[in-house]
Design a protein around this ligand. Sequence first.
Ligand code: MSP
Length: 661
Amino acid sequence: MPGKPKYYLTTPIYYTNGLPHIGHTYSTIVCDTIRRYKRMRGYDVVMTTGTDEHGVNVERSAKKAGVPESEFVAKMAAEWRALWDELGVQGDEFIRTTDLKHAHTVQWLFKQCRDNGLVYPGHYTGQYCIYDNAYVDVKPGENCPDCGRPTETVTEANFYFKLSVFQKPLLDWYAKHPDFIQPEARRNEVLSFVEGGLRDLSITRTSIRWGIPVPGEEPHVFYVWFDALTAYLSAVGGPQYEKTGYWPADLHLVGKEIIRFHAVYWPAFLMAAGLPLPKQVWAHGWLLMDSAKMSKSLGNVVRPRPIVHVLGMDALRYYLLRETVFGQDGNFSYDALVQRYNSDLANGLGNLASRTAAMIEKNCGGKIPKPSALQLQDTALATKAQEAIGEVLEQYDKLGFSLALEEIWSLIAATDKYLTTEHPWSLGENEADQQRRATILWTTAEVLRIATALTHPVLPESTTKVWSLLGQPVQVGSFPLDGLRWGQIVPGTPLGKSQPLFPRIEKAEAIERMEAMENEAQEQPSPVTAPAAASTPTAGGAATAAAPAAAEKIGIEDFAKVEMRVGQIKTAERIVGADKLLKLTVDIGTEIRQICAGIAQYYEPEKLIGRKVAVVVNLAPRKLRGVESNGMIVAATVGPEGRPVLAGFPDEDVEIGARLK
Ligand code: MSP
């Protein structure tokens, strides 16, 4: 028997210099919905999401937090992952760009491009936007034309990718695959960009330290977009992608501002390496708040957690997919969110499910009743339900989520109306009335079953409850939508346990609670803060740019990034309010540095004067207990209490400033 067809889709991988807001959540929820839908259509689906962890922006955020980059990104990646779990997102692969397997894939892809003669060394001077990670075509002092934030002048040696030679191959590809870029407006935008001519693209950086090293070409590290795009491939086998069988991707789902990277650069890199191209790139619009794109720098972000806490994850998923026409921008408002929750979820699906179950419980002994001959009103509803199946699947296939949901909710509304006109509650106890009531309730339960199966990709949590309430045997998520037909609900099936669905909520109260949580969250410190000032001076992770996880081996080139020199302590004093810290001034040959060290409990300050020590000199400065520390004194950590013992040079009179290798 042939296996299931494979389907591979991806979310963008998210920058770790901030935490998710509902704009990011939107990209992920859409992908998760497609993933669930495709599974129900019989596909063997893999969905990749993850975190984009390199670049100067992360380098600076880590510095600001006073922790090594590796520690910073690990904590942030954990936050992103936890949020997706809370939102019921079923990512199959969570790729981090600091994963070793990813670094190997990036290095391999670069080699393929270089071996094929499509990479050459050069220099670049230009304005760089650290927020978008891109050189931009503006003069020094001008802001980024895309995000409006300040640019910086950067001059550096780099390797160039011959993007210019891909103009024709890309245009040919777009012509041959008219659905490659969706929606139409984005396709036109990309076409005119490529038709306007392509300039070669610098794909390595020497001005940044925190990145994947270009093998044999240090200090070059990869440009973050060359690095990040490749995550889609590393997640499904990297160089061995043929073994897993998921490449090429069926769908890259992205926000509209990153379409160019996905629809121009990425296919060009893949062509250069001789690899198959993804089948489609779909760019969705933005969630706007007060008519501006939600973004941390504008301070207009809405976080998903308060919404999930007050209304549940399905409410957020429903609102995002129902309110915005996929592909266009949409405005976020708490008011509309709670409105939708009450009208569509509490009064719509929730109410239909609970009253159907209550009537079956009361009148039919808690089992799906057996219908008698259907009347015209019953068959009219049956026809509507059957037609809805076809219409909804067609809309899902086109990613027309709002229309799909509109169709399902029109079926729910028709069923409410049907119940009102047929009013089974006012029928009597004679046999004819009992039969009629059984027919009405069977019909209602059947519509509910169909609506539930169709809504599952969007509302995974609540539809699972309704499905079991209807006593259905398999998990709704594994129900094959291709086999969904009117008339399949089996009379005699006992109802399952009733569980709360969407309790109605007073709008003002709900908004107040969500806003209060949002404000509270904004006052919380970032999940990544500087380690306690008392940590030992050998704080781990120093200078581990792009280094693999702690236990893994590093190459000599990684070690070479840590610059250690012999220093001599000139002054040492205690810091008021910090029992474990000493403030030292250290001569490192070229300058006198101020360094804080967590050794105060073990070394008398006055006995340290004149002592020669090993100093890490190229560590980014940070503040410990408000005191600037510019470098790190190396010490062994001894015993269970972690007593620091300074590394030194007792046998030889070594020169101050000598480098340690
Ligand atoms: N790291 C890059 C993507 C690399 S993919 C190889 C990046 N990250 S991001 O965190 O800035 O954005 C990730 C996604 O979130 C993008 O699809 C972006 O469009 C989406 N959103 C961020 N803010 C958004 C809104 N306000 N509205 C809708 N989506 C937006 O770009």
